[in-house]
Write a protein that binds this ligand. Sequence first.
Ligand SMILES: [Zn+2]
Ligand SMILES: [Zn+2]
Length: 192
Amino acid sequence: MADFSAVTLWGVLSAGVAFAVGAGLWTFAEYNIHRFLGHHPRFRGNIFEKEHTRHHSVGNYFAPAIKKAGAAILAAILLGGPSVWLLGALVGGAFTLGFALMYLTYEGLHWLDHVHPGWTPRMRRLRRHHFWHHFGSPKLNHGVTTTFWDRVYGTYAEPGVIRVPKKLAMRWLVDDRTGAVRTEHAAHYRLQ
Ligand SMILES: [Zn+2]
Ligand SMILES: [Zn+2]
């Protein structure tokens, strides 16, 4: 019995570590997909780049959910199959789940960055990191869920005042009555 519970505890601990590694791996993939598939001239013309260029050039455009779901299912098969085969159902499954949940966190967070008005101060800083990429310097600040990989790769920039073209303005940024930047965002954003 003692052995059995020790194995179970080890299994649970391994699954926890695998889950965290899977989540971390997504943030690494997020950075590289965005920086290289999305912005590097060598990979121009791929499906992600086309959708991503549109995300940059059309205000608050996101790729259709069906395309994202297709990519996510493909990734789950390519990642989940081998990891369950190599690591077993518990650890391999936890690894894949960590990756998948962090991917969904990324999708949710990125969407909220563009459409949602309220954030904690910490989240507002992370959001400025993303909008500095959009409107300040598209070669920098590729991370959405974390600034970590930008710091590792040397593509991190502290966001300055973000100058947002009027036609690309996020709804939460603009006061509907005056057409100007809402006062709570005025220190960090300008319309142009
Ligand atoms: Zn964006
Ligand atoms: Zn981009």
